[in-house]
Design a binder for this molecule. Structure first.
Ligand SMILES: *Cc1c(COP(=O)(O)O)cnc(C)c1O
Length: 378
């Protein structure tokens, strides 16, 4: 039987050719010609003040907290229903993540929940574009302006999505992208920080390279300049190998997204009348990047049994993403019931640019049959 994986990174000949070029250039490390060219490409595509290529999105979130001046004991409101990287980043700087519940229909952070959590120690908000769907930035930015808070967009999953005609990655003054193998554009591992204010970008770039400037740049200078360490930085640089792959991938985003959107539309049509699940809701004012396709199962469905049955028939599936506040490392006293409910009931089904129409049909047909086997009757 045809195995249908949950995810598949679309990396091919063009990316391989780009890697071969880096090998012959002799500079595979970070902040070299490929990294700089990628940053220029990102600045151009997004129209931002600066773009910093980094080792991953977790690093970008950490550097965002540092560049924005988050101090120990500060509170940062984070979207709860997500891969928990935003809350981790808040903890890296000894600040306190405050978990905000999400909208039941979109899984994105609920602006009213955010506003209700603002207190004297709140310094900012990290919103998440949940598995590729942008959050409510008009409301979030307005709340932040009223209270003097920063907003960071975790756009890890939303490269290619739009909100009110603007691109995900530009919806807040600082955005963090991921190029992990499970995201829409990928170099295996990778990330970027985009900022409207170039000062934030410069701060992040310096801290991403142990607190000194580009070693590649210094190697090009005549004489013997000895760079000085001005900060305790980290090594969060993206290698030029990854940057070369991403320069190709950035050029393919639209083509890959056309495929994922067509697959989402096919699922939506084939599952519209299925009363044991709900298909994703995309509000009129935004578009989805479809990093994942998550359906919400009816409470009667035994998700674990259903998932095991799908996997036994070689159809990849997963729980989707996480309710952060219930993770053992957080154990928050404040609850986010909507997020907890989505964490319990969502199911991610195969979504990637290389799925065929016939494979989508098979997923839907097996899913419909197994839903009936694994649903309790009322
Ligand atoms: C994947 C993901 C991250 C982490 O990205 P890495 O590049 O793997 O560090 C952060 N936030 C969200 C919402 C994600 O989905």
């Amino acid at each position: 039987m045809d195995r249908i994986p949950l995810v598949h990174a679309s990396l091919g000949e063009k990316e391989l050719a780009a890697v071969a070029e880096v090998f012959s250039s002799g500079w595979p490390a970070g902040q070299g010609p490929q990294g700089k060219a990628l940053e220029a490409q990102l600045v151009e595509r997004y129209g931002v003040g600066d773009a910093v290529s980094l080792s991953n999105c977790g690093a970008a979130l950490h550097l965002a907290m540092l560049a924005l001046g988050v101090e120990p004991g500060d509170e940062v409101i984070v979207a709860d229903y997500t891969f928990p990287a935003p809350a981790h980043a808040v903890r890296y700087v000894d600040a306190v993540p405050v978990f905000a519940d999400v909208r039941a229909d979109t899984g994105t952070v609920d602006p009213q929940a955010v506003e209700s959590l603002i207190g004297p120690r709140t310094v900012g908000i990290i919103a998440v574009d949940t598995v590729g769907l942008p959050a409510d930035y008009a409301e979030l930015n307005a709340i932040a302006d009223r209270h003097g808070l920063f907003v960071v967009e975790d756009a890890a999953c939303s490269v290619g999505a739009t909100y009110q005609g603007r691109q995900a990655g530009t919806l807040a003054p600082v955005a963090c992208l991921s190029f992990h193998g499970r995201k829409g554009a990928s170099s295996g591992e990778g990330g970027a920080l985009l900022s409207a204010d170039p000062v934030i970008g410069q701060d992040a770039r310096l801290r991403s390279s142990f607190g000194i400037g580009s070693i590649f740049d210094q190697s090009q200078v005549v004489g013997l300049p000895i760079p000085e360490f001005t900060d305790i930085g980290y090594n969060y640089k993206m290698s030029d190998i990854a940057a070369a792959i991403l320069r190709v991938q950035m050029g393919r985003i639209d083509e890959l997204l056309v495929r994922r959107s067509a697959i989402a539309a096919q699922y939506g049509e084939l599952l519209a009348d299925e009363d044991l699940l709900t298909v994703p809701h995309v509000p009129e004012d935004r578009t989805h990047a479809w990093q994942s396709y998550m359906v919400t199962l009816d409470p009667r469905v035994d998700r674990a049994g259903l998932a095991a049955a799908l996997r036994a028939q070689d159809i990849g599936c997963g729980h989707g993403t996480w309710a952060t506040h219930v993770q053992p490392v957080y154990q928050s006293k404040r609850k986010c019931p909507v997020s907890a409910d989505l964490f319990a009931r969502n199911l991610a089904i195969p979504m990637h640019a290389e799925l065929t129409e016939a494979q989508v049909e098979r997923v839907v047909s097996v899913l419909r049959t197994e839903l009936r086997t694994h649903a309790r009757s009322r």
